[in-house]
Write a protein that binds this ligand. Sequence first.
Ligand code: PRX
Length: 635
Amino acid sequence: MSYYKIENLEQYFKHYNKSIREPRKFWSKIASENFTWYQESEKIMEFDMAEAKIQWFVDAKVNIVKNCLDRHLSKRGDKTAIIFEPNNPGEAAQHITYNDLYARVSKMANVLREQGVEKGDRVCIYLPMIPELAVSVLACARIGAIHSVVFAGFSASAVAARINDCESKMVITSDGGFRGEKTIDLKGIIDDALNNCPCVEKVLVAKRTNASITMKEGRDQWLQPLLDEASDNNVAEIMDAEDPLFILYTSGSTGKPKGMVHTTAGYMVYTAYSFKNVFSYEENDIFWCTADIGWITGHSYILYGPLLNGATTVIYEGVPSYPDFSRFWEIIEKHKITQFYTAPTAIRALAKENLSYIQKYPLKSLKVIGSVGEPINEEAWHWYNDHVGGKRCPLVDTWWQTETGGILISALAFITPTKPTYASLPLPGIQAVLMDEKRNEIEDNQVTGSLCIKFPWPGIARTIWGDHQRYKDTYFSAFPGKYFTGDGALRDEVGYYRITGRVDDVIIVSGHNLGTAPIEDAINEHPAVAESAIVGFPHDIKGNALYGFVILKESGEYRDRENLMKEINQHVADHIGPIAKLDKIQFVSGLPKTRSGKIMRRILRKIAEGDFSNFGDTSTLLNPEIVEEIKDGKL
Ligand code: PRX
């Protein structure tokens, strides 16, 4: 019996139970039967939760890129590995076959070696969503260099901090990038960043926009001439299972970003396995994840997960609104996408627009639709399900984190019955538990608690680069012996999980715990409301009271703001109870969001409290200008 693909619900429970009773046997069988190894593991795993030391496939030797590319060539050499859809719809899409990708990655790997990059060296990749990004990532992994992809929207100071933290010796960038109407001067940003990065010896520059840029003698080189000279054959490095594969930075609630370190074999096995099962991937599917490769979602489900399964994966350079709000739907139709994976923030933005943008496209190729990154509210869930999924595609709400490497809690398409706003059940190997305030495990259902995982799975990040103590403190100390996710969750009567949001987003009003997400859901159901965010602010009697920042769908139409506030509060009272009524409502034209679409509540909390003194680091905001506007509105 193979454990790699779950065929039905009964089998899911069987596999799940096996993975709990005999985790080593379960994962060693999957690893052994579905990947190519130089040497297989005998010990399979070792761990010490108190020290936060976790190892999977101990002593095995492997190369993840050989598993992504080389082993597919005999069977799938002419199959498309990557479809590149450019920002401008007038520019032709590229279909890169497995043979082509192998050759391009091999050339790049040879260039990196010639430029002095060795196994274990860190390489910062700061590129737009173009094929060179995928090629660079894979080339690093092929030679055992540790890639540190930095989202090409971060500012010079944010890039510099990430380069210095892991002492990258090389940067791979481009002359610029296209994003909708905008052209981004990536090389200029790197030049600024490198004024403060003594560790960087070389910069390789891909050509994309043909912008005129400055090249620093002795440091910067155009990539293409180097590739032209390089051989398209490359011997992959033999890696230990626990050799670092990549570093990816994620922001903590305080302090500097955390460089999460993922290692080779466990990440490989877990991303491949979760991709296959969550999306019910089959051989001729065309998979599109709209995330950027600069985030974990792009690492795991644009690149590694799909390529490990020999899939065709799409890289889209642009944004959902360019040239208009039908672009996503047009791309799905054009490339006959079978699985579409995006974020609630994109869904809400598109749902705000006229339905005619989507109704032009039948979207019949779609089989599965997915959501990731934040709780998907009821209204967005239904819009996505009805208008994109045509009420026939399972909507998989996938819960996971940069730290987890792959999806931990999600419905498996065509297997797990879905329930709006519920991520549903943990994947095999994932021992999810809810903890109460006294740090006891909650046994009952229909309760909320802090979401923890009480046993290691292969994809978990192993440490924070250069700071194992911080890793231990952040994830393994709140609930000793368990990995603490920082999220709260509700478990319903059948054991389905609904992620209620970061635990720190819970607001206690008059002694009642109120999660922000359900209140926001209630507000968003008002026909005039596009989006909202709730924060707490100190209140003399209640302890905390609720402050709502509300974006209206069309300003002007609801001129009677007083009345509108009453209606919104009536909605909240109807859905949750009078206790959840808002004390203050401020109408705003936008919310401060990080580039990955998360509302920066820290700033809203300060504004709600009337404390305009120090908003902390706002460099990762997509729309820093909105902070001033909201602040002025409050004054
Ligand atoms: O709060 C959870 C939320 O996003 C956090 C992880 O963010 P990041 O590391 O940037 O990774 C995002 C992509 C995996 C989680 O702690 N989150 C992610 N997915 C969901 C979610 N919240 C609710 N439902 C989800 N499906």
